[in-house]
Design a protein around this ligand. Structure first.
Ligand code: B16
Ligand code: MG
Length: 219
């Protein structure tokens, strides 16, 4: 395998808790009940779609103008948390994996739905390890569409079948599978059923073994 594509939220960092706090504040302002369980539905989903899910929970209808204003408000709150992030927020095992891949000369890409991906990589001090960054600003179709991973592989100049995708969301695993890449789920096997393999976190992943693995269609 030659290309390694990382999702951001839920794989490299746990920003879901900050998304939750920011959406929760907006929900309170709008009089919508919003729980940590509801927040599960927003993981891996774009900002626009997240707002639609939130409004549907409260049966709230809104104009395009209001939606734009609320998304901006939510993002400003979210960025207040992001601005306080540092290298301690990189999840266990991720940094050693990135360093080993770099040392071995593998292509390293980010493939995230977030429009805040670059600032998060900067704040956590790992942006220099990425050869390619494809985020929510670069795609027209959200996961489960494979666009984000296809673009990342193209920019790495690696064939899709020689790419590994690390993902924590069901939609992201579907996107990786559609792209013909090896999908590695980070999380629970009974949730990420479609993944080629699932690990609870990066400390359990043998990066050397992944590097030695043949392309997906030759397995
Ligand atoms: P933003 P990922 C996703 O990141 C998050 O999982 C999802 O909860 C969020 O709504 C989405 O990014 C958009 O984020 O508002 O920062 O553009 O998991 O694809 O790295
Ligand atoms: Mg994710």
């Amino acid at each position: 395998m030659k290309g390694f594509i990382f999702d951001l939220d839920g794989v490299i960092v746990d920003t879901a808790k900050y998304h939750f706090l920011a959406w929760k504040k907006l929900a309170e302002d709008l009089g919508i009940g919003f729980t940590i369980q509801d927040n599960e539905r927003l993981k891996g989903v774009s900002r626009t779609h997240s707002l639609e899910i939130l409004l549907a929970l409260g049966n709230v209808e809104a104009t395009e103008e209001e939606k734009k204003e609320w998304m901006q408000q939510k993002n400003e709150d979210y960025l207040r948390y992001v601005n306080r992030m540092d290298e301690k927020e990189v999840l266990p095992g991720v940094l050693p994996a990135l360093r080993l891949l770099k040392k071995k000369g593998a292509g390293i890409a980010l493939g995230s739905a977030s429009k805040n991906a670059r600032i998060i990589l900067e704040k956590t001090g790992i942006i220099f390890l990425f050869d390619v960054i494809v985020d929510g600003n670069d795609v027209s179709e959200a996961k489960p569409d494979p666009e984000v991973f296809v673009l990342a592989a193209e920019q790495l100049d690696v064939d899709a079948t020689a790419c590994v995708v690390f993902e924590d969301s069901v939609a992201g695993i579907a996107a990786a599978n559609t792209a013909g890449m090896l999908s590695i789920g980070i999380g629970e096997a009974d949730v990420l059923k479609e993944a080629d393999r699932v690990f609870p976190d990066f400390t359990q992943i043998d990066v050397e073994a992944l590097l030695a693995q043949s392309p997906k269609n030759n397995q």
